[in-house]
Every structure is written in structure tokens, then in C-alpha cells.
Design a protein around this ligand. Structure first.
Ligand SMILES: Cc1ncc(COP(=O)(O)O)c(C=O)c1O
Length: 435
């Protein structure tokens, strides 16, 4: 391991981390924010405030923030319109004994914007919305099996089919078949293997790449041919790639869709939307929580949607996102890293991923080195580039330059000298390969 070369102070971060480890298992509420996902001794562990495109760590250093709280920050941290809406609602109250009109207003807005949204319900997390969608599909079809590609949250029906499935009963695991994203033949094979049993096919409409022409519609058609419902998990793509989500942009309408993240610009709100006939089962099916109609988040959602509708947010995200992706690709080429580094996703959310020279070894050494070098250049990096409306062309230039410098270090260390260049223990995978 290399000696620490960074001069940034991590004293307060490390103090908080030590306290956290004594009281919070995993030292975080969110796997990808915890210490296993950030190079220890190099990365800050705690953030105390954020503005626009940047966050400030517990020791006072500001970073450009690529993961942006894992996706919800679409307008920028501390957007004045959204923050004012939250403060104004606070004057009237947070949550009540009966529904608040905001529930109707925001649902109506989503109904107008999202193609599949004949009916809308709210939850707090993306997992609420995806799990409700699966339960509805099971109730509507009278079937139990689920065919799934992509990531869909922490609940049993999904996590049972991953490598982190401790605590999920085998009987639950057996009800989910996982296929690789975009592998239509594997999807068909799973539907055939479980003929008459599959309630739904659940996919992320954008993942490591955008869908090709007709690809999403082919998934919808395939599900329907086998009597299953098509569910799009738009927790990331929803409101980020366009007002009507990926379903509008790529022209394929699912039966049900889950939304979250960008809807509240950081406030905890998710939405489940779908065809009226399918959503009607919610008269019977139990999807209910104390905080489902919490009004501060709904006020934030209404204000976020106002800005998305009134200002050229999506034009900005696509233009800057393309500049960022093009700039990163140029740096990849300049350092001859094409074999090692991929740039994928869609412009408003790009993925910059590194292939590990020794997969299955101790942690993700190459990803860690890239993260370490980005941190030294003042950028938080975890693979996801979630830009926001607050980003400027200069921010993009700064990040591309940081990638360039980090790639130079990476290129000189690959394939065998990477661990020796690390100044802290390497980060690990959230999920290992599913056996
Ligand atoms: C595509 C997708 N679906 C579902 C979820 C789960 O959302 P949450 O973490 O809000 O429960 C996530 C979270 O990252 C996601 O990326």
C-alpha cells in the first residue's frame, strides 16, 4: 500500500466514523454510502452540507459530487424553489390524519406527464414502489413468479435473488428468476421454463446503456405473450431522462412503473403508476404506510415538477451529460484505457466503470485507485455520474480534467501495480456475482 499523499484533513470524518461504528451496524443507512464503498484513509466519511453541485465534508473540504446522493438531486442541492416550497408547507404541517390535497395534485400531474400513469400512488422509497408493483402484478395475474433484470431495492422478492440474500427464505428466492439486462432470449427462456407462473417481468429501462430501437417494446410484448405484466423500474430514469421517463423517450408503455429519486429533488418520495385496470386491485391489495402522504415531500415534488416543466432542465442534463461522456471517452482514449474503462448509461446519468485486472481478488482495486485519484482532485466518484441542473460547463471541464489525471495514474498502474498505489483498503462489491 502506498503512503498517503493527500493533504486533506479527515480528522472529523474519522471521529464520526468511529462513533458511528460503535452504534450503527454498517456505519451507514445506505450500503453505497458506507465505509466499504469508499477508500478509507483517503475518502471523507461524513458530509455536513451541500450546495448546487458540491458537498462539504465534516472537515470543511468541498467536493464536486458525481453520485449526487445516489440520484435524487436533479435540480441541484438546495434548489431555492424546492426549498421554499418545503418551508412553506412546513407552516401548514407535515402529515395529517386525513389526506392532503397535494396528494391529488401531484398524482394528477404525474398522470398528465407519464404515459402509463392512469392511476398513481405514493410511497417513500424506490423499494416501496417496486415491491408494490410486484404485489399488484401477483394479485392481478394470480401468479407468483417474477422475472427480473437490474437492481430494484432491498425487499425480499428482489434481494432473495442476489448474493446478499441472508435472511431471505429459500421459498421466496425460488419465486424470482434473474436474467442479464437486455438478454431477451434469457427472458423468454425464463418465461417458458415457468410457463403460466410468471406474474411480471421487471426491468430498468436504462442501465449500462440506453435501449436500442424497439428493445423496450419487445420486453413489453414478450411479457404480454406469456400472460405476464411488464413493469419498468424508473426509479432512476423517471423525471431524469425526460418528463415522461424512459417510457416516453423510448416509446414503450409498461403496465406499471416505479418512480422515486428525482421526483423530490432529495426529499423521500416515490410513486407507483400504472394502467387503471391493473391499479384497481389496490382497492384490495395492501399497500399502505403512515408516511405515504407526507406533505413536505409532496410539496418538494410539486415544486420539482414545476421547475422540470418550466425550465430547460432536461435539455441542460442531456447537453452537459453528453459533454461529460464525450470528455471522459476522450480521456479514456488518450490514456489507451479502452480495454479497462467503459462509459455507459444515458447522458443525464452516465456510468464510468473499470474492469478489474484480478476479479475475485481482495476488493475492487482498480475502481479504488480511480476513486482515490478522483478524491485527490476534489471529486466524489463511485461509478455513477448523476449531473444536475446546477452543473455548469466549467464543472464538467473540472470533472473531465480530474478523470484525465486519475486515468493517467490508473494507466501507469494497470494491470499489476494497482494495489501498491492504493493508500487505503480497496472498496468491495455491494453484490457479488449471483450463483
Ligand atoms: C433502479 C432502482 N430501483 C429501485 C431502487 C431502490 O430505491 P430505494 O433505495 O429508494 O429504495 C434503486 C435504488 O438505487 C434503483 O436504482
Amino acid at each position: 500500500m502506498a503512503a498517503r499523499s493527500d493533504t486533506s484533513d479527515l480528522t472529523e470524518s474519522q471521529r464520526w466514523l468511529a462513533r458511528s461504528e460503535a452504534v450503527i451496524p454498517g456505519a451507514s443507512q445506505t450500503m453505497s454510502k458506507g465505509p466499504t464503498q469508499w477508500v478509507q484513509g483517503v475518502a471523507p466519511s461524513f458530509v455536513v452540507r451541500a450546495r448546487g453541485a458540491r458537498v462539504q465534508d465534516a472537515d470543511g473540504r468541498w467536493y464536486l459530487d458525481l453520485p449526487a446522493a445516489l440520484g435524487p438531486i436533479i435540480l441541484g442541492y438546495g434548489h431555492p424553489g424546492v426549498d421554499a416550497a418545503i418551508r412553506a408547507q412546513l407552516e401548514d404541517g407535515i402529515t395529517f390524519t386525513l389526506p392532503h390535497p397535494l396528494e391529488v395534485e401531484v398524482a394528477e400531474r404525474i398522470q398528465r406527464l407519464v404515459p402509463c400513469a392512469e392511476r398513481v400512488r405514493f410511497g417513500k422509497s424506490g423499494s416501496d414502489a417496486t415491491s408494490a408493483a410486484v404485489r399488484i402484478a401477483r394479485a392481478a395475474t394470480g401468479r407468483d413468479h417474477v422475472v427480473v433484470a437490474g437492481y430494484h431495492g432491498w425487499h425480499d422478492w428482489y434481494v432473495g435473488a442476489t448474493s446478499r440474500r441472508r435472511g431471505v427464505p429459500d421459498v421466496v428466492k425460488e419465486l424470482t428468476t434473474t436474467v442479464a439486462p437486455w438478454d431477451l432470449e434469457a427472458m423468454r427462456a425464463a418465461l417458458v421454463a415457468h410457463a403460466g407462473e410468471v406474474a411480471c417481468v421487471v426491468v430498468e429501462p436504462i442501465g449500462t446503456r440506453e435501449p436500442g430501437e424497439g428493445e423496450l417494446q419487445a420486453i413489453v410484448d414478450l411479457a404480454h405473450e406469456h400472460g405476464a405484466l411488464a413493469i419498468f423500474d424508473e426509479v432512476i430514469s423517471g423525471f431524469r431522462v425526460g418528463l415522461g421517463g424512459a417510457q416516453e423517450r423510448y416509446g414503450a408503455v409498461p403496465d406499471l412503473a416505479a418512480f422515486g429519486k428525482a421526483l423530490g429533488n432529495g426529499m423521500p418520495i416515490s410513486a407507483l403508476a400504472g394502467r387503471a385496470e391493473v391499479m384497481e386491485v389496490l382497492e384490495d391489495v395492501f399497500f399502505s404506510g403512515t408516511h405515504g402522504g407526507e406533505a413536505l415531500s409532496l410539496a418538494a415534488a410539486r415544486a420539482t415538477l414545476d421547475v422540470l416543466q418550466e425550465e430547460p432542465v432536461h435539455e441542460h442534463l442531456w447537453r452537459l451529460g453528453r459533454r461529460l461522456a464525450d470528455g471522459v471517452r476522450e480521456q479514456v482514449a488518450r490514456h489507451a484505457l479502452e480495454e479497462w474503462v467503459s462509459v455507459g448509461g444515458a447522458a443525464p446519468w452516465t456510468l464510468v466503470l473499470v474492469r478489474e485486472p484480478h476479479p475475485g481478488g481482495e476488493g475492487l482495486a482498480a475502481k479504488s485507485l480511480l476513486q482515490q485519484e478522483m478524491l485527490r482532485r476534489g471529486v466524489l466518484y463511485n461509478g455513477s455520474n448523476f449531473i444536475s441542473y446546477a452543473w455548469t460547463d466549467e464543472d464538467v471541464d473540472e470533472v473531465v480534467e480530474a478523470y484525465g489525471g486519475a486515468f493517467e495514474r490508473l494507466a501507469s498502474a494497470l494491470p499489476d501495480d494497482v494495489p501498491a498505489q492504493l493508500e487505503g483498503a480497496p472498496v468491495g462489491s455491494v453484490f457479488r456475482a449471483v450463483s
